[in-house]
Design a protein around this ligand. Structure first.
Ligand SMILES: NC(=O)c1ccc[n+]([C@@H]2O[C@H](COP(=O)([O-])OP(=O)(O)OC[C@H]3O[C@@H](n4cnc5c(N)ncnc54)[C@H](OP(=O)(O)O)[C@@H]3O)[C@@H](O)[C@H]2O)c1
Length: 247
């Protein structure tokens, strides 16, 4: 685990009820950040809170469906009132959506997927940018997938959503390049989570790295001394890419 100090920094993590978001929230809190943990599942958030307290850290739990875009606006207002700033935004929440040929997918699952994987992150950018600007070193990390460039068959909506997310993040990095805000992407590769098990039910999860292992690499990207922006960190190869090369 990293020895970074994030004392007195405020970190918002979406999808913190399990998987990569849970592990990242816990690791950020361990490094000293106060974590604002967002997800729908109250039980997962409470478990996270217990772990963080055991580690000596602190968290605020926000049970929120990220398709409630007005809820994201209210969260921004609440953070402004309570903390007056945001230092770290980890846009991790995501859904896999349907595994089918494109022609077999109805409009509703497409819209539901885009709402979480793309529009919620756009709304987070809109609502959290003013707060990140109040930080001396605002850091944003969005969790993407290699599928964005592979455009693999039967997961077209997921691939398209991650490609959109990557472009949004890179555009925001360009827009904020002359500010203290740094915006980057993290591609975890295959990680032992519920999402991975749902999409690849035949795979032995024990062959995969854990969310805690991935989180160790996300935390330094949230630190004030992380200077890169508009980059993609590829966990599997441990490389920082300027842009994603075609698969
Ligand atoms: N695991 C992998 O192999 C892998 C590979 C590449 C990329 N990724 C990306 O990594 C990120 C995390 O995935 P994971 O593997 O950790 O998946 P996971 O275990 O299924 O966790 C997903 C998280 O997103 C939250 N979430 C989903 N829908 C939400 C909604 N409507 N409102 C609020 N929160 C919502 C879930 O919380 P609730 O259900 O409690 O709301 C949960 O905390 C995703 O963006 C995923 O695309 C994962």
């Amino acid at each position: 685990m990293t020895n970074l100090s994030l004392a007195s920094r405020i970190a918002l993590v979406t999808g913190a009820s399990r998987g990569i978001g849970y592990a990242t929230a816990r690791a950020l809190a361990k490094a000293g950040a106060h974590v604002v943990a967002v997800a729908r599942t109250q039980g997962g958030l409470e478990e996270l809170d217990d772990e963080i307290r055991k580690d000596g850290g602190s968290a605020t739990l926000v049970p929120l469906n990220l398709s409630d875009f007005d809820g994201i606006t209210r969260l921004g207002a609440a953070l402004h009132e309570r903390h007056g700033k945001l230092d770290i935004l980890v846009g991790n929440a995501g859904v896999a959506g349907p595994s089918s040929p494109l022609g077999h997918i109805e409009l509703k699952p497409w819209n539901d997927l885009m709402a979480i994987n793309v529009t919620a992150n756009f709304q987070l950018i809109r609502c959290m940018e003013p707060l990140l600007k109040k930080s001396d070193a605002g850091r944003a990390v969005f969790v993407t997938s290699a599928t964005a460039s592979k455009a693999s068959a039967y997961v077209g909506p997921y691939a398209a959503s991650k490609a959109a997310l990557e472009t949004l993040a890179r555009a925001w990095a360009h827009e904020t390049a002359n500010t203290p805000i740094r915006v980057n992407l993290f591609d975890p590769g295959p990680i032992r989570t519920r999402m991975r098990a749902t999409v690849f039910p035949g795979e032995d999860p024990l062959t995969l790295d854990t969310p805690d292992q991935a989180a160790e690499f996300i935390v330094p990207m949230c630190a004030p001394d992380w200077t890169e922006t508009g980059k993609l960190y590829h966990y599997k190869t441990r490389t920082l890419l300027s842009f994603r090369a075609p698969a």
